[in-house]
Design a protein around this ligand. Structure first.
Ligand code: BGC
Length: 726
């Protein structure tokens, strides 16, 4: 009997479906099976947040979600209104400046893991975040989605976030590449910046995201650079991202950021998404075919105006993205709203809260002594997860500061609340409503009088104010209208300071604010937008269960003119915006001009004290390709546990091009029990000494003498040690 002896046939699986095959082979196999129309379809959106796969070949759709602080609720297929799902509420994590303020990459990993699991559970393939645009000015309305002013800090903090998200088979889409530093005229403004500032300040975090984090996707920004929109920018996307950095992932346009088919085809955009149905204006329905990367692109290929070379490169990148995410059968299932995620949100918030000032150790409040505690301010009762633009969330539960304080205190003390001022009484974004009605009938004078009367009787007063997510404050699409606090809060704070000496002011914001009352208030804390666990995290710090260990990821200037973009640069720009300050951003400018900050970059206090020993240096000189180490002993000299962030800055004494006085090149966060010591050890290589030589278009380290500064902020230098590069 013929056939009885032959082995049973196993069905042949197509190469592109075979996960044991190398990625590139799979991509080529899928590519050669696709028709021109299928290639065109896969590179543009089919709905607000999805792009099609290839139905015929069983290649699935790609689903995106905002990002970067939690998983956005489901919107309609073709509209921004809510889809009214009932299973799409999420855990809100602290806003990214808070994460950066932890100065703890382990917190980034925790954040990435938890948000990645939530994205995965909701079956999303691409998380639109994190954001790493440099904090150029406190007026930028989107700073609350970014990681501060320093390229080294944001580079170190972004990498673990990406790596942990992507372990879930969810791509991190790092945004907004690049120079996206204002919301006013964000679709039109053209940034004029020199190459040194571009490479030394604005690009490093993106480079780290790609080369160290292995990001699978990058979102080019809305603004223009060298006259081209970033979403189709030869210099940024082809030359730098894909050329110099070797990025093998896909670029996903910011929503509606594409303006020209030919440029998009040739200048490195891979996937087009839109805010407007037809990619051009509002309102036409089912017009995704009109996207620049849809029929207009196909027509140019059919007419011979463009070849399929660039198209095939885009399709390869999108296929790779789909294979890494939607078609990855080994990925975990994810999870949502579990205790571990809430715990992560609480812990990150607790580590990111920054104690800015604490005269007479007013904080922490002591529930054994302070039995009548007054809480004042709208931000004590306002939900902050709704609003602010695309990062707005629908949370399972948000503990406001007042909720958290009451829960924590229980019956140990009497908590009284007074409004103090009225700001924004509702909260709504794209149909998600906070459900809060904070309207109030009393006049501004009466509100202050009532708060003062209560403060006079209280043992301690906590003012919780700052900014919110309304347009003109920390919000996408518009920038801030002033550095000062809105809604007359300064007057409330002044009045409270006069009424009670046990006053703590907690500023909730994603940005620096002016504090004209600083001398009158003994204790000030930076609270951020802290997400679901906001109140619980704050209460633990206010009452001392958690010892604050956050340090500022950006400078708080005394006045706006102290910021370089406002002193010598331009902001906001209308057509062109000139970054005249060049590399002198944040503390680099303050150092150069010897401007004392209200609170400097890197600043943060603790309820305990630390001593940092004189550093020891392994050798006094370093050769090309060599390294040296600097160590110091850090001791917790107080009587409770706490954490100190030791910062290493390096200054170059002679160089052929201007350099900052010093730049952050390392940091270590040490958690120490009372009396315990640890070692902060830093390795310095010649890479840390380089600057970007714009004439040679390369990073160079010039021989000469350098100083390493051991510091606890850009202004608090504890020790310094010199060395040379031979
Ligand atoms: C924002 C992006 C966001 C996208 C999708 C845009 O307006 O700039 O950050 O990811 O919308 O919501």
């Amino acid at each position: 009997m013929v056939g009885c002896t032959s082995a049973p046939q196993t069905p042949q699986i197509a190469v592109y479906l075979d996960e044991s095959k190398p990625m590139d082979e799979r991509v080529e196999d899928a590519l050669q099976r696709m028709t021109l129309r299928e290639k065109i379809d896969i590179i543009h959106a089919q709905s607000k947040f999805s792009s099609p796969g290839v139905e015929r070949l069983g290649i699935p759709e790609l689903w995106c979600t905002d990002g970067p602080h939690g998983i956005r609720p489901e919107v309609m297929w073709d509209e921004w209104d809510q889809a009214k799902w009932t299973n799409d509420s999420c855990t809100a994590f602290p806003a990214l400046p808070c994460l950066a303020a932890t100065w703890n990459p382990d917190m980034s990993a925790k954040y990435g893991k938890a948000i990645g699991e939530e994205a995965r559970y909701r079956e999303k393939d691409v998380l639109l975040g994190p954001g790493v645009n440099i904090y150029r000015t406190p007026m930028n309305g989107r700073n609350f989605e970014y990681m501060g002013e320093d390229p080294h800090l944001s580079s170190k903090m972004v990498v673990p976030y990406i790596q942990e998200v992507q372990k879930n088979g969810v791509a991190a889409c790092v945004k907004h590449f690049a120079l996206n530093n204002q919301e006013i005229e964000r679709h039109a403004v053209n940034v004029v910046v020199d190459d040194r500032a571009l490479y030394e300040i604005y690009l490093p975090a993106f480079k780290a995201a790609v080369q160290e984090g292995g990001a699978w996707a990058i979102m080019p920004a809305y603004n223009r650079y060298k006259g081209q929109h970033c979403c189709h920018n030869q210099y940024l996307l082809n030359d730098i991202l894909k050329g110099e950095w070797g990025f093998d992932g896909a670029t996903i346009s910011d929503w509606g950021g594409v303006h020209d088919t030919k440029e998009a085809a040739l200048h490195g955009l891979d996937l087009e998404f839109g805010s407007w149905t037809n990619g051009l204006n509002w309102g036409a329905s089912n017009a995704y075919d009109m996207y620049h990367m849809a029929m207009p692109y196909m027509k140019m290929i059919e007419s011979g105006e463009l070849t399929t070379k660039a198209l095939d490169d885009k399709v390869r990148r999108v296929l790779r993205l789909i294979f890494r995410t939607a078609m990855n059968t080994k990925k975990p299932f994810g999870s949502m709203n579990n205790e571990e995620h809430l715990e992560a949100a609480r812990e990150i918030a607790g580590e990111g809260i920054v104690l800015l000032k604490n005269d007479n150790n007013v904080l922490p409040f002591d529930l054994n002594k302070q039995k009548n505690i007054l809480v004042v301010g709208e931000n004590a009762i306002k939900m902050m997860t709704v609003g602010g633009g695309s990062s707005s969330l629908k949370v399972r539960k948000e503990f406001t500061p007042l909720d958290g304080i009451k829960l924590y205190v229980g019956d140990k003390a009497n908590i009284i609340y007074e409004r103090g001022y009225v700001g924004d009484v509702t909260g709504e974004y794209n149909g998600v409503k906070s459900g809060q009605d904070l309207s109030e009938n009393r006049s501004a004078e009466q509100l202050i009088a009532d708060a003062v009367a209560a403060a006079q009787k209280a043992d301690a007063v906590i003012f919780i104010g700052g900014l919110n997510k309304k347009e003109g404050q920390d919000c996408e699409g518009a920038d801030r209208s002033e550095l000062g606090l809105p809604y007359g809060q300064d007057a409330v704070i002044e009045a409270l300071a006069a009424a009670n000496k046990n006053l703590a002011v907690i500023n909730i914001s994603g940005n620096a604010v002016a504090m004209p009352w600083i001398e009158k208030v003994p204790s000030i804390m930076q609270g951020w937008f802290l997400g679901s666990e906001s109140g619980n995290a704050l209460a633990k710090v206010i009452f001392g269960e958690v010892n604050p260990s956050g340090h500022l990821p950006f400078t708080f200037p005394v006045k706006i003119e102290d910021n370089a973009a406002h002193a010598v640069g331009e902001w906001p720009g209308k057509e062109d915006v000139h970054y005249n300050e060049s590399i002198f951003v944040g503390y680099r400018w303050a150092d150069k001009e010897q401007i004392k900050a209200l609170f400097p970059f890197g600043h943060g206090l603790s309820y305990t004290t630390f001593a940092v020993s004189e550093p020891t240096i392994s050798k006094n000189s370093i050769k090309e390709g060599g390294k040296l180490t600097i160590k110091c002993k850090v001791t917790n000299t107080g009587n409770r546990e706490g954490a100190e962030v030791v910062q290493l800055y390096i200054g170059d004494h002679e160089s052929s091009l201007p350099r900052p006085v010093k730049e952050l090149k390392g940091f270590k966060k040490l958690h120490l029990a009372a009396g315990e010591s640890g070692v902060a050890e830093f390795t310095i290589t010649d890479e840390d000494l380089k600057f970007f030589d714009d004439k040679r278009h390369e990073w160079v380290a010039e021989a000469g003498s350098f100083t390493a500064y051991i510091a606890t902020s850009a202004e608090e230098i504890l020790h310094q040690v010199d060395f040379t590069l031979k």
